[in-house]
Write a protein that binds this ligand. Structure first.
Ligand SMILES: [Zn+2]
Length: 247
């Protein structure tokens, strides 16, 4: 009896050990993965790879990656702190400084609309610019809206909290959206979470991390990285930038 219990314990430990090793290997791989989104005011470098459904596909010049075409509008640290401030920030802003020429040579070059569903937004207006000197065109995105995908980071962050911290079902974890016809289905949530964490069993790391984040935030600790404070509404972009566990 003792022997079999011992071996069962050893088996559990061995499995835990294998999980730890897999986790470490994944972390090592993750270090080589390029971070996809940058905040704030940094350049979005388009990567090669599977093409996501893209509102901005044509704008981004997918045929010739990597091209730098998307700039996130910088916010002050204070603006990131409140969800309302973050959600309202920047859709109509245009940056003048060209990241190639380092001169204030960008002028307005039209407007577009993009889907960015969450409880505050459905479609947002975004601006484009063109550099007078080098001729590059740029698309300016507010920090809550990733370049691809129909849902904002606010929505994705809310889904993370609802599913992993509040233990809701997949259906009930769907983020609140302004447009009632755009409720995200469970497969969409799984895709978002998978983009952050490809561990096995599914979302094993993400679950631990979200619980840790829940504990930090409940103690009102503030974790700030490159002026992106960790708040409930910034968890998704925060993890996408600083904690990429993707293969
Ligand atoms: Zn330029």
């Amino acid at each position: 009896m003792n022997g079999s219990r011992t071996s069962a314990v050893h088996g559990t430990e061995a499995r835990a050990g294998r999980r730890r090793e897999a986790a470490q290997a994944q972390l090592r791989r993750a270090e080589k993965v390029k971070v996809r989104y940058s905040f704030p005011g940094e350049i979005f470098f388009e990567e090669e790879g599977p093409a996501p459904v893209a509102d901005l596909g044509k704008v981004a010049g997918r045929a010739k990656p990597p091209s730098l075409t998307i700039l996130f509008i910088p916010l002050s640290e204070a603006q990131y702190n409140l969800e309302a401030d973050w959600a309202e920030a920047g859709a109509e802003v245009i940056l003048r400084r060209c990241p190639i020429c380092s001169e204030d040579s960008i002028v307005g070059h039209g407007r577009r609309r993009k889907q960015a569903h969450d409880e505050h937004h459905d479609w947002i207006g975004i601006r484009r610019g063109r550099c007078n000197r080098c001729g590059k065109t740029f698309t300016f995105l507010p920090p809550f809206s990733p370049p691809y995908g129909h849902y904002s980071f606010l929505a994705r962050s809310q889904a993370l909290r609802r599913y992993f911290v509040e233990d809701r079902s997949w259906e009930a974890a769907a983020p609140t959206v302004k447009d009632p016809d755009r409720v995200a289905d469970p497969s969409t949530l799984r895709r978002w979470f998978r983009s952050l964490d490809s561990s096995q069993p599914p979302f094993w790391f993400l679950r631990q991390t979200m619980r840790a984040i829940g504990a930090w935030l409940s103690r009102t600790e503030i974790l700030v990285h490159s002026s992106l404070p960790l708040r409930w509404h910034t968890t998704f972009p925060f993890l996408a930038r600083f904690w990429p566990l993707r293969i």
